[in-house]
Design a protein around this ligand. Sequence first.
Ligand code: PGA
Length: 254
Amino acid sequence: MTRRYLMAGNWKMYKTVTEAVALARGIRAGLEANPPDLDVVLAPPFTALHAVGEVLRGSRIALGAQNMHWEREGAFTGEISPLMLRDLGCTYVILGHSERRQLFGATDEGASRKARAAMDHGLTPLICVGETLSERESNRTLEVVELQVAKVLRQLTPDEVAVSVVSYEPVWAIGTGHAATPLQAQQVQNFIRKQVALSHGDAAADALRILYGGSVKPDNIEALMEQGDIDGALVGGACLKADSFLKIVHYDAA
Ligand code: PGA
């Protein structure tokens, strides 16, 4: 099985609408000048989804959100539903990001419900897992990631897992400038794939795209992509400028 690679930009809480439109235009122009043979997703803040969606209309770049609630509507002040994201043209949603987990109480259980809701509304879930520094230092990385993966995929069928995306994001690597080494990432990502083979079968595990996230930059992406179980990247800081994100997307340019 050859998995189609995916490069996703998580814009976090950056960019006003005007700034977001300019960045999206820059990325679109760069990708149209040099179309990559992989999937690209931009995940701006909620406030810029509509405007960025307009910029991306008719392109091959997909629109993603950074979070959502699992209900389609209701009295949930401050929340955004899967129905609303679909309405804006989103086709992806990031779930269980470590910043949501660490700062806003997000849980595996919530990510699991949201992954179910994403599937029910035609959104591709991009689910983040990863250990903290203290978990890695106490040699609990695989144990922690195993539990997270089991929980977040629990409500998905094998066919649904096959079209989902998991991003391995060691918390100690996010925003720190200290990316995991290609071998560190590969070890965990291969472990994730084997675990998914046990829980959802070989075909699902083989098709599942597993990204790496955490201080991905133009100068480390190529070595990461050489690993067999790294199918792309979820990029934070380096996606906020068109030229650095484009370099990551075009990592294999001669
Ligand atoms: P970073 O963020 O690239 O800035 O480390 C990655 C992420 O949070 O997904």
